[in-house]
Design a protein around this ligand. Sequence first.
Ligand code: GCO
Length: 459
Amino acid sequence: MPYPQFPSNFLFGAATAAFQIEGSPTADGKGKSIWDVYSHTRGKIRTGENADITCETYRNPERDLALMTELGLNAYRFSISWSRVLPNGRGQVNQKGLDYYCRLVDLLLERGITPFITLFHWDTPQALQELCGGFAGRDTAYYFADYAEVVVKALGDRAKNWITLNEPLEHCAFGYLLGDLAPGHHNPWEYIRAAHHQLLGHGLALERIHAASPDSRVGLTLSLTPIFPATSQPKDIAAAHVANQFFNDFFLDGVFKGSYPDPFWSKIRLVRPSVKTDDMKIISQPMDFLGVNYYSREFARAAWNVPLLGFWVDETQVNHREQVVNGRQYTNFGREIYAPTFYDTLMRLKNEYGNPTMYITENGASFTDVVENGEVHDPLRIAFLESYMEAAAQAIRDGVNLHGYFIWSLMDNFEWQQGFSKRFGLVYVDHATQQRIIKDSGRWVAKMIRGQGLPKSGQ
Ligand code: GCO
């Protein structure tokens, strides 16, 4: 069966993030981020590893550009380390840090690769965490806008696609409530303030970027995880409704409707931040595009012992690592591979949120990759990409305003609290030797891009 073509001007990219690939945490005057601190705090990283080395892209960005060309990518999404540019999060610019990103953008443009730049991918400057609690403090939203202006004034003449935040949900919920990500807090007051202040920072930065570079395009990347009731019991159906608002609609409604959804917003009234008069107007200014990070659906059930929210997400999936359970394949992250709800999510954005210009800014899967005779055979990742990219192509045919797809990730990198134990790359990286090997999935992507279609895996 011939696979559908993507539109001729479609962007095919891969995504990374500064803390996960750069290394060189103190080089050339870089300031500490909360992830530098967290990854060196005993017990926080499951494997006991840290990201001081990782993919060494700060020392050698050229190596990976050659790989992007070999994969046929015409776009690349990366993030800027805030504390590499502003070591204290504000004030004095570290010119060497800014120069690195200027050089990276120039190298990309020389190769005809369009940069999509994420300004915040969770690595808050430690100085701002100490000064005002990071995004749990309202002032950080304004420092973020100042930082965005510094970067866009330096790069906005040649880099035109800007993503303010990566996954504000993950940063506030797992960083300030559940404690799995930096700064590792368990504080509902901080969580909801970090949620609101990140969106405020997004809106303030959007204004500054458009002022500094009027022809730049500005968007926000949200992780969208559709939540389904674990059972057909009314209490679980109600719990899944609240969970969907916690994970998805708080952010979607904030930026597209200028309000926060009930019953979620009412349920947390005891811990809510003060929303100032113009906040929602600033937050819901029109964006130029929406970035969608999609991995899997989840299931929720009512939980009397979870204060305020009353739901819990079913954790059993985590035990299905890389197994087939009830006919479904799982990744080694315990994420179900199920493309139909990816399609449904895109259609929901079309039907309920005005069909904004969209990019898939992350989609990918981790599996146990091994090197055999200098090759990495990863058929499960190819099958994953084939099914999800086909769902995206179908959504485009059904009217979704989708213009690009960034696979997570270009190469195996530091997977936050999982250390190096989760490999998502199209390119295998031996982090001890820095050897790179393009996996079979990378070869498949190159064929797909060349063919501007979706060749059957294995062709
Ligand atoms: C995220 C982050 C990425 C992760 C990737 C794999 O979506 O959690 O943006 O940095 O590494 O998603 O989990």
